[in-house]
Design a binder for this molecule. Structure first.
Ligand code: ATP
Length: 264
């Protein structure tokens, strides 16, 4: 009998002593955390603390100036370019703005990664596009243009496109930003379905506390002043048990003397 735990260690991604900087400007340093396979992991913290920068680095757009980023135990940045591209094919990304091409229909947007990065024939592409749009409840909008659909529908179309190449790792930057609470709750259900139904591992940057309390299994809280993580744990656990005044204030939406965000 196969031991699935031996074949699939619990940690899928790990940052180990990572420093991220833009030129001389250090955004975060000594960042260490593990993302468990099949979990939803939240990157939290005040405005400007470096959440999107962490995500940017995890999807391969920003190389750390120190430390290691491991995916399935392999050093992502130490790999050669070909192998790194191969690993990155496992990633699906939903940007904050959904980033759909306005001149393409919803269906064409979802088809684009398949046409550009695979050799699928047009019939298979069409079938896959329908499947992905069906998963997010957007099949009816396949021939509509982004300007003709609502913000929530754009997010769902962006999600379908993020899933185009069947990634097992998904990155979401502020998926519920700008959505009304009901649409946002529907998106939460969709994200949980990706974890529970497809076994995807999801890293999410979000300010939406109700959403984080509902969906995230684990997470990290970044501090802008010290430029380093100051708490680890599921958002609901941090809300109920973390003594750090900044984390407590953030999780309970209280004002603090020291702001957790940075303006420089
Ligand atoms: N390309 C860049 N060049 C220089 N500095 C950058 C760049 N991108 C981001 N920064 C800076 O890095 C810091 C962290 O930015 P980042 O967008 O990661 O924060 P964030 O926590 O995601 O913020 P928010 O919650 O407001 O979206 C900020 O001070 C920002 O100005």
């Amino acid at each position: 009998m196969t031991d699935s735990h031996a074949a699939q260690p619990e940690t899928l991604m790990a940052l180990d002593g990572v420093t991220l900087a833009f030129g001389p400007k250090v955004v975060q340093q000594n960042v260490t955390f593990n993302v468990r396979r099949g979990s939803i992991f939240a990157v939290m913290g005040g405005s400007g603390c470096g959440k999107s920068t962490i995500l940017k680095s995890m999807i391969g757009l920003l190389r750390p100036t120190a430390g290691r980023y491991l995916v399935d135990g392999e050093d992502y940045w130490a790999a050669d370019d070909t192998h790194r591209v191969e690993v990155s094919r496992r990633f699906g990304v939903l940007f904050q703005s959904a980033a759909l091409w306005s001149s393409l229909t919803v269906g064409e947007n979802v088809a684009l990664p398949m046409q550009m990065l695979t050799h699928m024939d047009p019939v298979t592409v069409r079938r896959q596009v329908e499947l992905k749009l069906g998963l997010v409840g957007m099949l009816h909008a396949i021939d509509q243009y982004p300007s003709e659909i609502s913000g929530g529908m754009k997010k769902r179309a962006g999600l379908a496109r993020a899933m185009a190449l069947d990634p097992d790792i998904l990155f979401f930057d502020e998926p519920s930003a700008g959505l009304d609470p009901i649409t946002s709750a529907r998106l939460d259900d969709l994200i949980m379905n990706l974890r529970d139904g497809l076994g995807a591992t999801i890293v999410i940057v979000s300010h939406e506390l109700p959403s984080l309390f509902t969906i995230a299994d684990d997470g990290i809280f970044l501090d802008a002043q010290t430029r380093t993580p100051i708490a680890h744990g599921a958002p609901s656990w941090l809300r109920d048990h973390c003594d750090d005044p900044q984390v407590h204030a953030f999780m309970h939406r209280e004002r603090t003397e020291t702001q957790s965000g940075r303006t420089d």
